[in-house]
Design a protein around this ligand. Structure first.
Ligand SMILES: NC(=O)c1ccc[n+]([C@@H]2O[C@H](COP(=O)([O-])OP(=O)(O)OC[C@H]3O[C@@H](n4cnc5c(N)ncnc54)[C@H](OP(=O)(O)O)[C@@H]3O)[C@@H](O)[C@H]2O)c1
Length: 299
C-alpha cells in the first residue's frame, strides 16, 4: 500500500494518532488526547489551523470574490455558469460569511442561485457581493433567515446556541439547513467541544441547538481556500461527505452539491456528523471512492 504521512484527530480536534497509511488502513479509534498541533498548510497572509484559517477575514473578503471569479471559474465549462443544473434556483442564505461562508456562497452564486450573505455587520460584506454580481446580496442574520429556502450555518460553533435561540423556529421551517460549522477546541474552547462530544458529536449537537431543523452536515473539512479550485475539478470530482437524518434534506443537499461541482457521499445519519470535522479520516479532500473506503474504518 502507498505510504504517505498523515496525522489524524478525533472529532474533538484532539490529536489521536499519527499514521502513515492513506487510504486508511487501521480502524479509527480514540487514544489518550494530546495537545493540538497546527496543520502545516499555510497560505500567503493566512495561517491554516485545525479549525480552519486564522488570519484577516477582512483581507479574505476583499480577495475571495475576485479569486473565485478568476482563474478557477474561468476554466469551468460554460454550462455550469448558466441556470442551476437542478432546475429552478433556490434562495440560499449563509449565516456567517467569513472565509468558508464567503467562498461557499460564492460557488452557489456562480451556479445560478440567489444568495444572501449575512453577518452581524453586513456592511462589511459589500465588497464580496459587489464582485459576485446581482445574484449576491448582503444582509443581517435575521434577513438571511427570512430570505433563504436553504440556510447554511457557517459560524464559530459557539455562535450556534444563540442562533438557535433567536432563529430556531424559523430555521425549523426551512427545507434544508446545511451545518458547515465545527466545534474546535482551539477556537471555541474545551467546554463546548466537551459538550458536543457528550451529545454524540457535532451532528447531534447541532440538532440539539437547532431543534426541528432539517440538518445536513457538509463541507465541514474542505478548506475555504481550496473550494473554488476543487469545484468542477477535471477528472474525478472531489467528494463531499454528508450526514443527515432527513432524506428530503439529503436529496436537496446532494443536488446542490453536484451543481457546484462536487460529488456528495452520504456517510450516514447525523450521528456520523462527528467524523465530518478536520482531521478525521473523512476530513480533507478525497474522491467519493476514497471517502467510502475511509468509511469502512469507522464502522
Ligand atoms: N475556514 C475554513 O476553511 C473552514 C472549512 C470548513 C468548515 N469551517 C467551519 O466554518 C465555520 C466558520 O469558519 P470561518 O473560517 O469561515 O470563520 P470566519 O472567517 O471567522 O467567519 C465567521 C463568520 O461567522 C459570523 N459570526 C460569528 N459569530 C456570529 C454570530 N453570533 N451570529 C451570526 N454570525 C456570526 C462572522 O460574522 P460577524 O462577526 O461579522 O457577525 C463571520 O461571517 C467554523 O465553524 C469552521 O470550523 C471552516
Amino acid at each position: 500500500m502507498t505510504m504517505t504521512a498523515a496525522v489524524m484527530y478525533e472529532p474533538t480536534g484532539q490529536k489521536v494518532q499519527e499514521i502513515e497509511n492513506r487510504p486508511i488502513a487501521v480502524p479509527f479509534r480514540k487514544i489518550a488526547p494530546a495537545p493540538l498541533t497546527p496543520n502545516p498548510l499555510s497560505l500567503p497572509g493566512l495561517t491554516i489551523t485545525n479549525g480552519g484559517v486564522a488570519g484577516s477575514r477582512r483581507d479574505f473578503l476583499l480577495t475571495v470574490a475576485g479569486g473565485i471569479a478568476g482563474l478557477a471559474i474561468a476554466s469551468w465549462p460554460a454550462r455550469v455558469l448558466a441556470q442551476p443544473a437542478g432546475g429552478s434556483p433556490l434562495r440560499i442564505s449563509t449565516i456567517g460569511a467569513g472565509r468558508e461562508g464567503g467562498a461557499l456562497g460564492a460557488l452557489f452564486v456562480k451556479a445560478g442561485h440567489p444568495v444572501m450573505f449575512s453577518s452581524r455587520h453586513p456592511d462589511n460584506l459589500k465588497g464580496l457581493v459587489d464582485v459576485l454580481g446581482p445574484l449576491a446580496r448582503a444582509g443581517t442574520v435575521a434577513e438571511a433567515v427570512e430570505f433563504g429556502d436553504v440556510v447554511m450555518v457557517i459560524v464559530p460553533y459557539t455562535a450556534i446556541e444563540q442562533i438557535g435561540k433567536t432563529y430556531g423556529n424559523a430555521l425549523a421551517k426551512k427545507v434544508l439547513v446545511i451545518d458547515v460549522s465545527n466545534p474546535i477546541a482551539r477556537r471555541d474552547g474545551n467546554e463546548i467541544v466537551k459538550w458536543a462530544d457528550e451529545q454524540g458529536g457535532a451532528g447531534l449537537a447541532t440538532a440539539k441547538l437547532l431543534p426541528g431543523a432539517h440538518i445536513v452536515r457538509a463541507f465541514n473539512a474542505i478548506n475555504y481556500a481550496k473550494l473554488s479550485e476543487y469545484a468542477h475539478r477535471q477528472g474525478e470530482l472531489v467528494g463531499v461527505p454528508i450526514a443527515g437524518d432527513d432524506q428530503h434534506a439529503i436529496a436537496i443537499a446532494s443536488s446542490l452539491i453536484r451543481e457546484i461541482g462536487f460529488e456528495p457521499v452520504v456517510v450516514g445519519g447525523l450521528a456520523m456528523g462527528k467524523y465530518l470535522v478536520p482531521g478525521t479520516p473523512l476530513g480533507g479532500a478525497h474522491t467519493a471512492g476514497e471517502i467510502r473506503q475511509a468509511l469502512t474504518s469507522l464502522h
